[in-house]
Design a binder for this molecule. Structure first.
Ligand SMILES: [Fe+2]
Length: 391
């Protein structure tokens, strides 16, 4: 992963250098711009790398924080640069075919200035979108979950409290949740971003989460990022064996006032005995577990008549939900791709990247989540809590 990242950085520097070298300026100015832009780019590109290799702690978090911001800038600068280069090439080809005079139509200046403007604009707008928590509503017939009276479930996931987090987004999230008058609140994992310590002030975040109001409690599961492991620009690379659950994590979840489910099943008598089954994460089951319990084991104590709400971080086993009597599965994990073109890629690569879908007799809801992972931006996706009305 580190070698791939360095290869990308080197290719990017070659491209950037070739653009600045072709600026129509005096040679001395051109050389100075080339040196400054390559030097600045290289220094910034080292931030995610240093954040990935130094030991988990304040130095690591500093480099991860600014490295994540750099990754957002880097992505959009080079995506726009590629788009501008393709447009310039098309115009040049058309001109050449029609035997019109002229070289590259707008030249290197356009290939530098347009990407810079787009990068800053998209990152500013993306940060605004990421921090604006929306409410997404779905409705299901109450009989589906064996209820005789209407009820309201609120789902949220992927809070990803970490190096780029500030409390404000979670305060807003809690405000949105409390506006819903929820009967039940479920939290579908990725509470932190691969470092419990990076939260820095767990008590502040726990006190915010304790403010969540829910008639019959708040139930949570862990996600793949609720372990301590090194990250490169937000991505894990060191393998499952290097991922360890921080011993303080469970106490923090308890301080939030949440009931943690790790391959556990609970019944809620006030909701006609609705069963909540909460799974360990599939890729990072934690605490010395090589793998989580299969659905057959997790649900073996339930009756065929039971109504089952499955809470799992990643939307897996979708084809088997029906077979094991799951009525509603709620998950996060995908972030709906978080940053364009991730939303398109996630749609292609996953069975359900977002929204509500039927899988046989079962219904699955996947949320795009509240927080962010890697660059603290969202482009073409939203931060949300999900409200499921059982009517
Ligand atoms: Fe996540």
């Amino acid at each position: 992963m580190i070698a791939i990242y360095m290869a990308i950085v080197i290719v990017a520097m070659v491209i950037l250098g070739s653009v600045t070298k072709n600026l129509q300026l005096k040679k001395s100015s051109r050389d100075m711009i080339t040196f400054i832009s390559l030097f600045a780019f290289f220094v910034m590109a080292m931030f995610p790398l240093i954040g990935a290799v130094v030991h988990d702690g304040p130095v690591c978090w500093f480099f991860q924080k600014w490295g994540n911001i750099f990754m957002g800038l880097f992505m959009f600068f080079f995506m726009t640069l590629a788009a501008v280069a393709i447009i310039e090439l098309i115009i040049w080809t058309v001109r050449r075919a029609s035997k019109k005079k002229g070289g590259v139509p707008h030249g290197a200046a356009a290939m530098l200035i347009i990407p810079l403007i787009v990068t800053v604009a998209v990152n500013l707008a993306g940060s605004q979108t990421a921090h604006d928590v929306k409410v997404t509503n779905y409705s299901i017939e109450k009989e589906k979950l064996g209820l005789t009276e209407p009820a309201r479930i609120v789902l949220f996931a992927d809070t990803h409290i970490g190096v780029n987090s500030t409390p404000k987004i979670y305060e807003d999230m809690v405000d949105r949740i409390n506006e819903q008058d929820a009967d039940l609140v479920v939290v579908a994992g990725d509470l932190v971003t691969s470092s419990f310590g990076a939260m820095r002030d767990p008590e502040t975040y726990a006190s915010i989460m304790r403010g969540i109001e829910s008639k019959y409690g708040v139930y949570a599961v862990y996600g793949n990022h609720d372990v301590d492991e090194p990250l490169l620009g937000g991505f894990t690379y060191a393998g499952k064996e290097n991922a360890k659950r921080n011993p303080a994590m469970e106490g923090w979840v308890s301080d939030c006032g949440w009931k943690l489910l790790t391959d556990d099943v609970m019944r809620i008598p006030e909701l006609n005995g609705l069963v909540i089954a909460g799974r360990r994460d599939e890729s990072r089951p934690g605490e010395g577990f090589d793998e989580r319990a299969p659905l057959s084991d997790l649900l073996k104590e339930t009756d065929p008549d039971d109504s089952i709400l499955l809470l799992q971080h990643e939307h897996s086993d979708l084809y088997e939900l029906d077979e094991y009597g799951v009525d509603l599965s709620v998950s996060g994990h995908t972030h709906d791709g978080q940053i364009f073109p991730g939303n398109i890629i996630t749609k292609i690569l996953t069975e359900q990247s977002y929204g509500m879908e039927n899988w046989g007799d079962a219904i699955a809801v996947v949320t795009s989540g509240v927080g962010y992972y890697g660059p603290p931006i969202r482009v073409c996706t939203i931060s949300e809590i999900v409200v499921i009305d059982l009517i």
